[in-house]
Design a protein around this ligand. Structure first.
Ligand SMILES: CC(C)=CCC/C(C)=C/CC/C(C)=C/COP(=O)(O)OP(=O)(O)O
Length: 332
């Protein structure tokens, strides 16, 4: 069984881990006093909290839950799928239902992720994570994740059984499978491919006649998911490796991931621009050209420490989302 926390992390001095002094004191004490790496009660040197009233505690818990749900990606995926649904003709109520279901699914996956990773995040000094600082217990996050998953079922069913089956496949076999184990394996991109790949089907299967989406929409969205995984993991590669996470990007190494991520995302854009039957629209060509230039910029940077490849990959991911939304009217 893997030794945890890894000797590498135990040996790494606080300053080298880049932790603020007071917070790192709390974590080091938590590790030393054997409370599972999560400083649940004030450890020596930790910032002391004033006793909070019920309302204040509730507000603090809500804020912590909001931070633990991976707010940026959750909001981005929800906005993207809602916009695609509107563009595909699901109507106002239908698109709102799609958005609500996707949001519930994203919340469940995000909270489950932080609940499972609480101990590892504490050791890695992830003080942006409320479960790592002890603001929320992993159990509370697990309950919130379960409640969001339960809400996701009826919300997904608003678009019909086929659409719900597609979405719940992505949430369970994509997001939850990633959180509960695939994240640390060579198959780590697979749940992203599944989770994103089903999204066009979630939208189109809710249309009259429940049509399947076109191949290019499914494969473009799946590639977008794989690219999103590579981009998301890139800044955390060292911390992840030190705590024993060995997903595909960790095995490939930062240098390769910084080049592969823009290439995968550019392939997603090309698939969505050139895949639909008939000639590509001028706007498709414009987005494809912008993505190619941006990806080329990222891949061409010789400096191994440059942040340009990462930023370029994020920009190409944005262009991929833009194209998917622009192409929403031709999804089937
Ligand atoms: C539409 C749909 C259901 C998609 C699901 C796809 C999927 C696999 C999502 C995972 C989301 C997630 C919590 C990533 C962060 O985990 P992390 O532990 O790698 O990174 P962190 O340090 O940001 O927590």
């Amino acid at each position: 069984m893997r030794e945890y926390p890894s000797p590498a992390v135990r040996r790494t001095p606080r300053r080298a881990r880049g932790l603020p002094r007071r917070v790192s004191a709390a974590v080091e004490a938590a590790l030393e006093y054997g409370v599972g790496g999560v400083p649940r009660s004030p450890a020596p040197g930790a910032p002391t909290a004033r006793p909070a009233s019920g309302v204040r505690r509730l507000a603090a818990n809500c804020r912590a839950l909001a931070r633990a749900c991976h707010p940026l990606p959750s909001a981005a995926v929800t906005a993207m799928v809602t916009a695609v649904a509107a563009g595909a003709g699901r109507g106002t109520a239908g698109s709102a239902g799609v958005g609500a279901a996707v949001l519930a699914g994203q919340l469940s996956v995000g909270w489950c992720n932080d609940a499972v990773d609480a101990r590892r995040d504490a050791v890695a000094g992830r003080f942006d994570k409320p479960a790592a600082t002890g603001e929320l217990s992993p159990r509370a996050l697990g309950l919130a994740a379960g409640a969001a998953l339960a809400a996701c079922v009826p919300l997904s069913l608003l678009g019909g059984r086929e659409a719900a089956a597609a979405h719940l496949t992505g949430v369970v076999f994509g997001g939850w499978a990633y959180d509960l184990g695939l994240k640390g394996t060579v198959l780590s991109p697979l749940p992203y491919a599944v989770g994103f790949g089903v999204l066009p089907a979630f939208v189109t299967l809710g249309l009259p006649g429940a049509p399947w989406p076109a191949w290019w929409a499914v494969s473009g969205a799946a590639l977008l998911g794989v690219g999103a995984h590579l981009v998301n993991v890139l800044p955390d590669l060292d911390a992840d490796r030190a705590t024993g996470v060995r997903g595909l990007p960790h095995r490939l190494g930062a240098a390769r991931v910084r080049r592969i991520a823009p290439a995968v995302l550019l392939t997603a854009v090309a698939t969505m621009a050139l895949g639909p039957a008939g000639a590509a629209r001028p706007t498709d060509w414009a987005v494809l050209a912008a993505a190619a230039a941006t990806a080329g910029l990222g891949v061409g940077v010789p400096d191994a420490d440059s942040t340009v490849p990462f930023r370029a990959a994020v920009a190409v991911a944005g262009l991929t989302v833009l194209l998917l939304v622009m192409r929403a009217d031709t999804l089937t």
